[in-house]
Design a protein around this ligand. Structure first.
Ligand SMILES: *Cc1c(COP(=O)(O)O)cnc(C)c1O
Length: 492
């Protein structure tokens, strides 16, 4: 163990200080009534400034992030987050505001919301957006609440079922269930696309709608989308678009034009704001014009008469309120900065570059990893494990699995791709390089993946013991998830 791997409490030494405060002007009591002041000093670590800085800097280096390395996690869009976004979000005029301030004192903030709504509407082909949802899954729930509200407001109360493809992101069925809707699964064909023939018999007057991702989680464009849209609309249902990873479509195709009625975006994926670690995120929900009145409140509106932005709080037909105020403003601000920095011309390049990167990796590695669906992909694609997993040469007859490959990648300083998702294959490796990586970085990753394939054939035990160079080796993932050791005393 390195010295600074110690807990900050272990570094503590009685009387040591890491701060300098001015002598207070109120004497020792600070004017706090004796009944409210503590009788015993708090049990805080007593450490010098260098010790504090080293402790936290070392902790931060034990983790992996987009700022430390390439992160090709499929269905996650771990792209680079430009630092200008952070600078703008940290401006005191933005950080110093309070959500209960009168609207007339935060006109600039409300203008950001209004402008952002216009940009996202233009990018997606939707009519209006709410920024209240604080994550992608929260956006799904909000969108489904809008869907239900729409049917209820028309007295169409029988519609309680939502169709979800078997390739869907796990949050889709989960959000439908949380919204009190039941789930009907539609199957994919061997080519990875939704089976329209399987869909037809599922459509009836109990269907509230369908949830789809396009390109889907296999990175394939659902080219039957127009037919699917007319079938679902034909039975009175609505189409929900999961736009968490919209990179491949930016500036090329719009969900609104494909026939979708409701959608969410993940600003913390597609629009370059940081994610991971549980937030804060932002999952704005967009709707077609006929659903605009069902969006949650509060909502920014522009008053032509008074020439000012206002906040609408009571809209009778609204699906309700889904978060404290109007979402995570600082995240929206980062995405706004990103969009303005790129502009209309450059945002159009995100899709082609994301698609090119993914196809380049796919073609470069297909002789080493099984490629179950060989067609051109969009922003991501899946392998189904190694072609030669080394089982022939390993003494005990066990080669290397996808898990072993993923663990070995960490030794080479890259984050592993998504593994074992979607569930359509047994050894899934799902790679999403994004548009922000250089060819050199991508080539280095391809080189590592080839090297690991060779290692799997010659020395599979090396993979099975990986990772060898990370702060934590290979925990038992089930135990780590089910019985995590969260107390200091239990681990020392
Ligand atoms: C990430 C993702 C989600 C969920 O977004 P969160 O912000 O993590 O809740 C939903 N659908 C797809 C396709 C995703 O990739």
């Amino acid at each position: 163990m390195k010295y600074y791997d110690k807990l900050i409490f272990e570094l503590s030494k009685e009387g040591r200080r890491g701060y300098t405060l001015r002598r207070n002007e109120f004497g020792t009591s600070l004017g706090i009534p004796a009944s409210l002041s503590r009788s015993k000093a708090p049990e805080l670590p007593q450490v010098s400034e260098p010790d504090v800085v080293r402790h936290y800097t070392n902790l931060s280096q034990m983790n992996f992030g987009v700022d430390t390395g390439f992160y090709p996690l499929g269905s996650c869009t771990m792209k680079y987050n430009p630092k200008i976004n952070e600078e703008i979000a940290a401006m005191p005029g933005f950080t110093g505001i309070h959500p209960l301030q009168p609207a007339k004192t935060i006109q600039g903030v409300l203008e950001v919301y209004a402008e952002m709504e216009k940009i996202l509407a233009a990018v997606t082909g939707m009519s209006n957006f709410t920024f209240a949802p604080c994550a992608g899954a929260h956006g799904e729930l909000t969108g489904l609440m809008v869907m239900r509200q729409y049917h209820m407001s028309r007295g169409d109360v029988k519609r309680t079922k939502v169709i979800v493809p078997d390739s869907a992101h796990g949050t889709n069925p989960a959000s439908a269930a949380v919204c009190g809707l039941s789930i009907v699964e539609v199957k994919s064909k061997a080519n990875g696309l939704v089976d329209v023939e399987d869909l037809k018999p599922l459509l009836n007057d109990e269907i509230a709608g369908i949830m789809m991702t396009n390109p889907n989680t296999l990175g394939l464009f659902e080219k039957d989308i127009k037919e699917i849209a007319s079938l679902v609309h034909g039975c009175g249902g609505l189409l929900y678009y999961d736009g968490a990873n919209m990179n491949p479509l930016l500036g090329k195709v719009r969900p609104g034009d494909m026939g979708f009625d409701i959608m969410h975006l993940n600003l913390h994926k597609t629009f370059s704001t940081p994610h991971g670690g549980g937030g804060p995120g932002s999952g704005p929900v967009g709707v077609a014009a006929h659903l605009a009145d069902c969006l949650p409140v509060p909502k920014v509106a522009y008053c032509e008469k008074c020439g000012r932005y206002t906040i609408k709080r009571d809209v009778e037909s609204s699906a309700g309120q889904v978060s404290g105020f109007m979402g995570n403003f600082s995240v929206i601000l980062r995405a706004f900065t990103y969009l303005l920095a790129l502009g209309k011309q450059n945002i159009r390049l995100a899709g082609p570059y994301a698609t090119l990167s993914a196809n380049y990796i796919k073609e470069s590695l297909k002789d080493f990893y099984k490629l179950p669906i060989p067609s051109i992909c969009k922003h991501e694609f899946v392998f189904d494990g190694l072609i030669d997993d080394g089982s022939a040469v390993a003494e005990d007859g066990h080669g290397a699995t996808t898990l072993d490959v993923a663990k070995r990648i960490l030794d080479y300083g890259f984050h592993a791709p998504t593994i074992y998702f979607p569930l359509l294959f047994h050894q899934t490796i799902m790679i999403e390089p994004t548009e922000t990586e250089s060819k050199e970085t991508i080539d280095a990753f391809i080189g590592v993946m080839k090297k690991i394939a060779e290692e799997a054939a010659s020395d599979p035990a090396l993979l099975r013991g990986a990772p060898h160079c990370t702060p934590i080796r290979r925990p038992d993932e089930t135990t780590a998830a089910r019985q995590p050791i969260l107390k200091y005393k239990d681990c020392r």
